[in-house]
Design a protein around this ligand. Structure first.
Ligand code: R5P
Length: 302
């Protein structure tokens, strides 16, 4: 086995190689003057008959990162004779998981089919927007929910917490985290205007959060709009601390300001992309332990 990092590996490839003793290398990459990408697997890294694990996240520069991942699969299949495994800590385009309006592309389906057709036989993703989307990947695919890593970090920070999901779709995540923390969870209702993209919540009073520490858990935070709205509501309901926990946090300064104004106490984010905003309110956690387990699962090793 060997591990290959592409342009956006948030430290997972090297950590997996160190943990397993698998060989580690970085693919050679360049960008041609017209903007097209080039990938080459170094000769001293790839061996015929050895399977590769390719690590490539997809934020920022989603489209270029996707193309690199496709090119790497093509090269690896050729030099090793085996289908590589893709580890994609953040899978771009996952939120468009159905045709909300007639004629829309189901982007996640297109992405997963493309990865498989390029040559990937197995796939590991971290907290994909909807786990069910993985049915579009014809090979073996595992979704990592890094709840243990999150729960371990949260335990030191909260007392008798209650977990809240900002929408129905994230309920499974909230349930898993509340189980790991031996507590209960609640769901708030969210609507998104499909044309304007505007988010609206329908808040029903939640007296049970008064004086309690609340953890709001979601897959991703980008503009911070969803979280800010929920954090504000929970503060108004009398929550003591409101902690936000997300798997993917490509958070901008503007988004952070929104959350701060809403009254967030602390933000925990997994390191799944190649962008990170450094701020004392934010603590980053690595999902590497759970990712390694998932790689082994895809490989049928445990
Ligand atoms: C949507 O359903 C996702 O789970 C997130 O809640 C959403 O994408 C977060 O985006 P934003 O931070 O822009 O509100």
């Amino acid at each position: 086995m060997f591990v290959v990092s592409l342009s956006c590996d948030p430290g997972i490839g090297r950590a997996v190689a160190a943990e397993t003793g698998w060989r580690y290398c970085e693919a050679l990459r360049k960008v041609f003057p017209d903007g097209e990408r080039y990938v080459r697997i170094p000769e001293d890294c790839s061996l015929n008959g050895e399977r590769a694990v390719v690590v490539q996240s997809m934020y920022p520069n989603q489209d270029s990162m996707i193309v690199e991942a496709l090119l790497a699969a093509d090269a690896l299949k050729e030099v090793t004779g085996l289908e590589p495994i893709a580890v994609v800590p953040y899978l771009a385009y996952a939120r468009q998981d159905r045709a909300f309006l007639q004629g829309e592309a189901v982007s996640v389906r297109a992405m997963l089919r493309a990865l498989h057709s390029a040559g990937y036989g197995g796939l590991v993703v971290v907290d994909i927007h909807k786990e069910d989307s993985l049915r579009h990947f014809p090979g073996r695919a595992v979704n990592v929910l890094p709840v243990n890593t999150l729960a371990n970090a949260l335990r030191d920070f909260v007392e008798d917490p209650i977990v809240v999901s900002p929408d129905k779709g994230a309920a499974k995540r909230a349930e898993a985290l509340s189980k790991a923390l031996a507590t209960e969870y609640r769901i708030v209702e969210k609507f998104r205007d499909r044309l304007t993209g505007e988010i609206r919540h329908r808040f029903v009073p939640m007296p049970e959060v008064r004086g309690r520490d609340v953890i709001v858990v979601d897959d991703i935070m980008s503009t911070g709009g969803t979280m800010a709205s929920v954090v504000r509501f929970l503060r108004e309901q009398g929550a003591r601390k409101v902690i936000v926990a997300v798997s993917h946090g490509p958070l901008t300064e503007k988004a952070l300001a929104r959350l701060t104004n809403a009254g967030v106490t602390k933000i925990f984010s997994m390191v799944t992309t190649c962008y990170r905003l450094e701020h004392p309110l934010i603590t980053y956690l690595s999902p590497v332990e759970e990712v390694l387990q998932a790689i082994k699962e895809v490989l049928g090793m445990g």
